[in-house]
Design a protein around this ligand. Structure first.
Ligand code: NMX
Ligand code: MLT
Length: 435
């Protein structure tokens, strides 16, 4: 079966049954303790969400439906034999939990292309902003404009039965995923190039088409884009962008409204914007010393300068990971293969040696190791995408491939309005026996 929707139609009753049984037979099983530290500490370590597509192990990192990044590189279809996993293959896997065949992936690529048409007013909504607006502001505005065509909202207005919510959510999620590269590429060309739209190429897959619409056609760049989108797609449900989308959609806001909110969270420097910050930080190092070829002592001094001025070292640390992010490692492997002599790549390698011991010495940083953002910028820069303020938009396009499937499952499984309990500070003091 090469039709993703029919595949979902078969899966939905099976998953609904599993959740029903879980609630009925095990609903009162305790999953852990909630401490005051958790309540005051950004809910770190609190199991509070179900996310079907992926899970992050603190030491090992991400698994997409149980598969590590190397597993995906081996098992999922690429654009050519041995190529990086196609984003369409990740989308199929995240949604269905099944490894797609090349035919299924090709059919999904075709389906996404057929859904990619962008209404004129979405470009106009972006044009209403000054060119100087941050690319993420323009991106979230573009997504809000796409919301006008939401199938879910139209169906809700018509009085759709709740058992069918997932169907228009599927339509919206796939349309959203399909249209994002066009919106995102328009923003890039508007801000940094001649503003002219490069049309979608019907012979290209999702990742390659996005690169093409940005203005990049070199095969190695297309291949990096496939890898980039695949590894940034999903990182379980608690990260700010995914969690935001899930929360907003729980009020039955449609996928466009939910995803625009997710993008606004991704645009923060402790989350997705860190990729922009990393390249800027690396460039500042080069500016300060006049060369990327600096000594360990010079680098160490610069890192202390950053820390002493009350800033974080961008690209290092994580809310869940306690080891080097495998998304960093696979980008490093790609760089070792394709750009081993690039001076900025060599500087990134040196930073990875110098930062962790310094962060460890601070005594408070739980994870001194690099995350995904520590590496992506130098690769993009090498392939000619040098404008670091744009980097989080790329992350945002990729994140739709993780968020879209979960929103479909949220509605298929009848996930309720998310509404945790909060307490006042006085009440918390009372609860812990401090007053
Ligand atoms: N540089 C300096 N200090 C750090 C860093 C870092 N890279 N990472 C953590 N700390 C500090 C943190 O600010 C906190 O300090 P304080 O108590 O004074 O407020 C302390 O160490 C404890 O924080 P953790 O519990 O280790 O980290 P937490 O889970 O709160 O935050 C991040 C996780 C990712 C927000 C944090 O590590 C950070 O700010 N990293 C740099 C920004 C970054 O790379 N973000 C991208 C994450 C990945 N993504 O794409 O979303
Ligand atoms: C992500 O990909 O969302 C980031 O690594 C942040 C996170 O997982 O908290």
């Amino acid at each position: 079966n090469t039709d993703l929707y029919s595949e979902m139609k078969e899966l939905v009753p099976e998953y609904q049954e599993r959740v029903k049984k879980l609630k009925k037979d095990h609903g009162s099983v305790e999953l852990g303790k909630i401490t005051a530290d958790m309540v005051l500490g950004g809910m770190r370590g609190m199991t509070a969400l179900v996310w079907l597509g992926s899970a992050v192990d603190p030491d090992e990192g991400i698994r997409f439906r149980g598969m590590t990044i190397p597993d995906c590189q081996k098992a999922l279809p690429g654009a050519f034999p041995g190529g990086e996993p196609l984003p369409e293959a990740i989308l199929w896997l995240l949604l269905t939990g099944k490894i797609p065949s090349k035919e299924q992936v090709d059919s999904l690529a075709q389906e996404l292309r057929s859904r990619a048409k962008i209404p004129e007013y979405a470009y106009k909504a972006i044009d209403a902003l000054p060119v100087s607006a941050h690319p993420m502001t323009q991106f979230s505005t573009g997504v809000m404009a796409l919301q006008v065509e939401s199938e879910f909202t139209k169906a809700y207005e018509r009085g759709i039965h709740k058992s069918k919510y997932w169907e228009p959510t599927y339509e919206d999620s796939l349309n959203l995923i399909a249209r994002l590269p066009g919106i995102a590429a328009y923003i890039y060309r508007r801000i940094y190039k001649d503003g002219k739209i490069i049309p979608l190429d019907d012979s290209l897959d999702y990742g390659a088409n996005y690169a093409h619409m940005l203005g990049f056609d070199d095969p190695e760049t297309l291949e990096f884009m496939r890898l980039y989108i695949s590894i940034h797609s999903d990182h379980e449900g608690g990260n700010v962008s995914s969690h935001t989308a899930h929360l907003v959609a729980s009020s039955l806001s449609d996928p466009y409204l939910a995803f625009a909110a997710a993008l606004n969270g991704l645009a923060g420097p402790l989350h997705g914007l860190a990729n922009q910050e990393v390249l800027r930080w690396i460039r500042n190092i080069v500016k300060e010393f006049g060369t990327p070829n600096i000594s360990t002592e010079q680098l160490s001094d610069y890192i202390y300068k950053t820390l002493n001025s009350g800033q974080v070292v961008p690209g290092y640390g994580h809310g869940v990971l306690r080891n080097t992010d495998p998304r960093y490692t696979c980008q490093r492997e790609f760089a070792l293969k394709h750009l081993p002599n690039d001076p900025l790549f060599q500087l990134v390698s040196k930073i990875k040696e110098v930062v962790p011991p310094i962060l460890t010495k601070l005594g408070k940083v739980k994870n001194p190791w690099p995350n995904v953002d520590a590496h992506s910028g130098v690769l993009l820069n090498y392939y000619g995408l040098t404008e670091e303020n744009y980097y989080t938009v790329l992350f945002g396009v990729a994140r739709s491939i993780g968020v879209g499937p979960q929103l479909i499952w949220d509605r298929a499984l009848g996930m309720p309005l998310e509404r945790p309990k909060s307490v006042t500070l006085e009440k918390l003091e009372k609860l812990v026996g401090a007053s």
